[in-house]
Design a binder for this molecule. Sequence first.
Ligand code: IPT
Length: 980
Amino acid sequence: MKPLQNIITWDEKSLLIHGERVMIWSGEVHPFRLPVPSLWLDVFQKIKALGFNAVSFYVYWALLEGKQGRFSAEGIFDLEPFFQAATETGIYLIARPGPYINAEVAGGGFPGWIQRVNSTLRTSAPEFEAATDNYLSHIYKIIAKAQITNGGPIILLQPDNEFTYSARGFYHPPDPAFMQYVEDKAHQAGIVVPIIGNDAWAAGRFVPGSGKGEWDIYAYDQYPFGFECNDPQGWPTISADTGSSTLTTDLYSSHMRQSPSTPFSILEFQGGGSPPWGGSSYDQCALKTNQEFERVFYKNLLASRIAIFNIYMIFGGTSWGYISYAGGYSSYDYGAAIEEDGRTLVREKYSELKTQAQFIKVSPGYLEATPGNMTAGVYSQNTDVTVTPMTGNGTGSFFVARHTDYSNLNSTNYTLQLPLSSGNVSIPQLGGSLTLNGRDSKIHVADYPIGDIMLRYSTAEIFTWKQFEDKKVLIVYGGSSELHEMAILTLSNPLLVEGTGVKIERFGTTAIMQWKTSSSRSIVQIDDLFVYILDRVSAYDYWVPDLLADKKMVSNSTALQGQASVIINGAYLVRSVSIDKNCLFIKADFNSSSTMEIIGVPKSVSKLVVNDGEINFSTASDGSWVAQIQYTPVEFRIPVLSSLNWKYMDSLPEIQPSYDDSQWPAADHAYTNNTLAPLRTPVSLYGSDYGFHSGVLIFRGHFIASGSESLLNISTMGGSAFASSVFLNNTFLGSWPGDVATSIKASNYKVPKLYPGESYVLTVLVDNNGNDANWLLDSDSMKNPRGIIDYSLSSQTGSVTPLTWKITGNLGGEDYMDQERGPLNEGGLFAERQGYHLPRPPLCKFKVGSPFDGIEKPGVAFYTAPLELDYPSQKYDIPITFNFENNTEVSGKYRAILIVNGFTFGKYISHIGPQTSYPVPEGILNYGGENWIGLVLWSIEPGWAKVPNLTLSVKNPVMTGRKPVEVVNAGCWDRRQLAY
Ligand code: IPT
């Protein structure tokens, strides 16, 4: 297909932006998983610092159209600030608004009310298409406005998501009319940027030229290690390859067979994992997809000239509120390079990514080279080493080496036989051999131009290079103690100007340098080129910011090399750099006192301002600036949560004799469009049939006893790890505490002796752990109900007592109360319905009582307490985490919901886990004043339940150049007129 405009186009190699070739290196971020708009810039800056130039984002429909027909994207749901922050950082955006997104969110993106649509979802059935209409019209308009053609950051649009695989099997293809419908809607709303699809794998759906629904650019997804992260070190071996075909397939040739006219693109490549309740922790996912994984797998993609590359996730955030699907817990850290609390310090995978992306950014020849197939025994005699060549034409060739058995933990020695433009050469030329450590991969360059100097080859990897006013700087690195060799076409003699241990020889027009990597740096000068020789860990300390003024944001561009930016060595993070007149402004973070070296400062600049303060510097003999950064540790007190002034309220008044449910909606639908149609009960007892889609559902079943009732059979359904509790009047009948494997549970409860003719009421709590997703087409799994599936209250002789039912979830259902926190922040518990979870609840209604003491029998308690913070957050980034103590010995089974300033921020299930720590971002927390902490304690079993301990912790505070965080402005408690 033809582009609809001429600002962003494509050919078989890459996108072209303003006519210039660009490799898109992107990371996935979900703005809705960080509900603090002023922090979006922070995340973008951390991504930009890697050398990435793009971010891909989903939009979660359920949050924007909580009630059918009423679209609202305001406050924390407004995307405008997200677009602005991207533009401010110099980040392009790939928009992925669904309507289906998967994304481990409830309903896979679909609002709960979609359960009532009477047709197969994700097809061109008129009822379903009509249901998407309002959302698509609005969201596409918002996206269209922010396209690059209108001066905004959006360069690509992905319609729907992984529209690939049917429950009826692979040969039942997805409905092309629906894909076409989604694309037509986009075009009607003014979308003109290219349409890029993401096939769930290289299944070849909707490739350009395939007809109805075809995409402009074909892309697919790959998660070679799957989603669970146990056994983080255990990579599948090549013989037991379970889907790691990414390393056994020639991705470029298969791409050329599949979609030869579009750039090789992967719209989701594994950047972590998404384990289920009771599964592995995200730290394990970070280990499983660590720096070694990145080296082996990402460099393998680079060897196939990947030109649009999105890592899922680069920053995961939090599934706060009730936005998670039942298969996942509250954290969505994902094990990504940037942690849920924003830290980039702990995971080496952040720094490794930087070395790769910065390299590609300064290698315009990358997109011009032609990938070949994987080889063993061709470019190296050692067949344990597989080399994939990418051959250029004087613009750089790239030889990507890795272990043939990629999971191999051993090192191997090898030499290279490279076909250089000057003829074949065996490397190293000065003797010795190269080393490939276990689970490592290297990109060796050849015939690679550094401006007007030709690098004949380098076994050491390139981190970056830059042309400054009067010199060039090239930074290369290697793993510790590795032998490396570099050859440069020059007639001058290289000069070792710093360090030791570099052997230099010359043969004709070629100067050869060989060294063993060490932790102390060496610098070699050849003409106006300064080669900085580092080990990898030292390279991690270097930053290569773009000048903020560069709004064109074109990377991989030769133009960029001419720019007067700088290279900075020594900060913990460099966020941005700008030059105004004679002043260099740097925004950076520091975690210790450090020496900051600034390389390449333009002559016209004479002043240095770091984070708003002017600082002194000295000028080294090579012209670099050297400044001392004084790190003053932040002083803070960590409040002890057990000594807060906790107040308690019974949040299950429903079981008291005096409780009146006359205001509750009646459950009286005799039909459903749910997957469990036809009903097994006289009326539907499914939350979504009544507009209740989030959190705990409560049912009240009234009956007049015959006196012979003896047994209650009841099946409840709430998704993986859900729970339910049943009371008869105020007598506890029993609970299903939940486990990971059970999403629907048949329970039998003994009924005590009842008096004939008396009225009784059953109160049933069902934890809706989030609607299921709908990844499989034709499965309609999103419609799986939440609530009571079946019941019978019967006597020994089999006579059955009829019940009439009432139901509640969050107050108002789809006419939800809290417009600021949105439709998925509240559930159906009494305290939530009353709004007592909001800041400044009416304490006169509470008693003294603490979650650390808990409650003595099954039921639900709600606790609230004010928390004062006084942290110097203008100057420091201080990540705060709430931690539950996993101590099953002192407490019965319970579920807790953590609420911070009215935002539901996490669910803890004491006997399932794995999550015990809950980061809460600044902005949700007010670091300079009053906060309100709410805690729901649902005690599941007879006996005491309490929160054995709940603590706050602060992790790795840093001195920061971040823009000050604005506390999210969301309301306090106000009496809810209609609350029951
Ligand atoms: C892929 C989805 O597109 C994405 O939304 C997310 O759910 C991801 O998986 C898992 O975290 S689908 C995958 C089965 C290829």
